[in-house]
Design a protein around this ligand. Structure first.
Ligand code: COA
Length: 463
């Protein structure tokens, strides 16, 4: 069998894409996929296929894939399910390498025969299939948006795989608002051919991807997934949100994508054994992904909390215990260093409380000192909105400290929390844009560091 990574390059980095069922009518799926392809800026060739149209969105239309005067790497198929076998047969004759079958109406509604027929044709010609029953595929480094989801996917290095199409679309939109940078969005649907494990193999090698996130309802081949995941997670974090944890949830998953959800504790054990981080909510999944995609591994589980609010410091301390984050007992020397950046009534122990009168210089000094100290393995910075220090100035102080520390060769993970109103959200976004993960409540920052510690241990960075 051909190497799966090489095969999937045709899916993610195609030189040419055909849209079979490209519609003339705006609002129809086949039209919107074509529009996304064009408007997201795909630089390869695009071939709309439709037997009854001549030109759509300014592109020449071909009646059949067999009429395209060029090789086709990827065919996106968006015609009713019963017509799929015929066009897939044509794709085979044409030598198309991969297909993404958007159409619903297969195994998920009991049409297993049709699914079988499609798979047999694909095997006969050596075509790989993504789907069916999917929203499509996005790969930002190729400027490829072959989906009917939102257009302006933010470029980054997190791959997002989703078994559910609608959730995939919804979360694509959410990642745009939250400015979470993605390398790929892959809708898996009924997974009759390409599955999670195949995609893990691809993203393991893909230099544009640092973290892989998966929304999963079930697996057809659990052993295959575990085996590949155990390899991939040593190099890149894999975060899975597996739904169907409750008995009723599992039944709902079965009727949604035909998944046999299985006993949840079996999945839980399998994820642990293969180094997969299990998230319970989307918030966790993307919180962790954001940090794991930007921060270095944790090499020492000795964290320091730097705050201007005692209360936030206590909350973070409680969370640290809950999420496996060790808080450093600073040496007398480090305590004296921190003391320089606070008034007399501040607390230089851990949490390092700069007090409510902390200004940008206090934050810069304390954060920089934490980077420079050999005792500190990870840094948690908290800020409560005060009238003394504008959130954007605080964010800038942290950015400067991180930048200067980096220039001097100090690299360690940092997570930030800005607690307050509208202007703290803006400052938080600015930090995220600069690759410093920032969260609206202390617990999310600490929980994220906990996940980073878990992965760093698994991957061997941390004893
Ligand atoms: N080759 C190429 N084009 C063909 C064709 C063929 N063999 N047969 C028909 N077409 C054209 C049609 O003429 C039409 O173009 P037009 O609108 O310009 O006339 C276009 O392809 C689409 O075909 P149509 O029959 O109108 O289908 P549709 O757009 O109503 O539905 C699907 C097609 C795939 C969208 C629909 O069957 C479906 O499965 N919808 C659900 C998809 C979904 O939600 N997936 C994700 C699940 S999370």
């Amino acid at each position: 069998m051909a190497n799966v990574v090489e095969q999937l390059k045709h899916l993610f980095m195609p030189k040419s894409v055909a849209v079979i069922g490209a519609s003339r009518h705006p609002g129809k799926i086949g039209h919107e996929i074509l529009r996304n392809l064009i408007e997201y800026g795909f630089e390869g060739k695009i071939y709309p296929i439709n037997p009854t149209a001549e030109e759509i969105l300014g592109l020449k239309v071909y009646p059949s894939i067999l009429d395209v005067p060029d090789e086709v790497d990827l065919a996106v198929i968006s015609i009713p399910a019963h017509k799929v076998p015929h066009v897939l047969e044509e794709c085979g004759v044409k030598g198309v390498k991969t297909t993404a079958i958007i159409s619903s109406g297969f195994g998920e509604i009991g049409n297993v025969e049709l699914e079988r027929e499609v798979l047999d044709i694909a095997r006969k010609y050596g075509i790989r299939i993504l789907g069916p029953n999917i929203i499509g595929v996005v790969y930002t480094p190729s400027k490829l948006n072959a989906s009917f989801g939102p257009r302006d996917v933010v470029k980054g290095n997190i791959a997002f795989l989703s078994q559910s199409g609608a959730l995939g679309i919804a979360l694509m939109g959410w990642t745009i608002t939250e400015e979470i940078g993605l390398s790929a969005v892959v809708s898996l649907g009924n997974k009759i051919d390409i599955d999670d494990a195949d995609l893990l193999e691809f993203f393991y090698e893909d230099e544009n991807t640092r973290v892989i996130t998966i929304y999963m309802e079930g697996l057809r081949d659990g052993r295959k997934f575990m085996k590949v995941a155990a390899k991939v997670t040593k190099k890149k974090p894999v975060i899975v949100l597996k739904s169907g944890r409750s008995e009723r949830g599992a039944k709902a998953a079965a009727s949604h994508t035909g998944s046999l959800a299985g006993a949840d504790r079996i999945f839980d054990a399998a994820f642990k054994q293969s180094g997969v981080l299990r998230a319970i909510t989307f918030e966790d999944m993307f919180d962790w992904a954001r940090a794991l995609a930007t921060q270095p591994p944790v090499r020492m589980n000795e964290a320091v909390i730097i705050t201007n609010g005692g209360g936030a410091g206590v909350m973070a301390t409680d969370a640290a215990e809950e999420y496996g984050v060790n808080l450093l007992e600073p040496s007398p020397k480090l305590i004296e260093t921190f003391r320089k950046y606070m008034p007399e009534f501040g607390s230089p122990k851990n949490p390092v409380d700069l007090t409510g009168q902390a200004d940008a210089k206090s934050y810069y000094g304390a954060v920089k000192a934490a980077f420079e100290s050999e005792e500190v393995g990870a840094i948690i910075v908290l800020y409560c909105r005060t009238a003394v220090l504008d959130p954007m100035d605080m964010a800038k102080a942290v950015m400067d400290a991180v930048k200067d520390a980096k220039e001097e060769g100090y690299v360690k993970p940092i997570v930030v929390n800005l607690l307050g109103g509208e202007d703290t959200i803006k400052a938080s976004k600015e930090l995220n844009r600069k690759g410093i993960p920032s969260y609206p409540i202390p617990e999310r920052a600490v929980k994220t560091l906990g996940a980073m510690i878990k992965w760093s241990k698994w991957a061997g960075y941390l004893k």
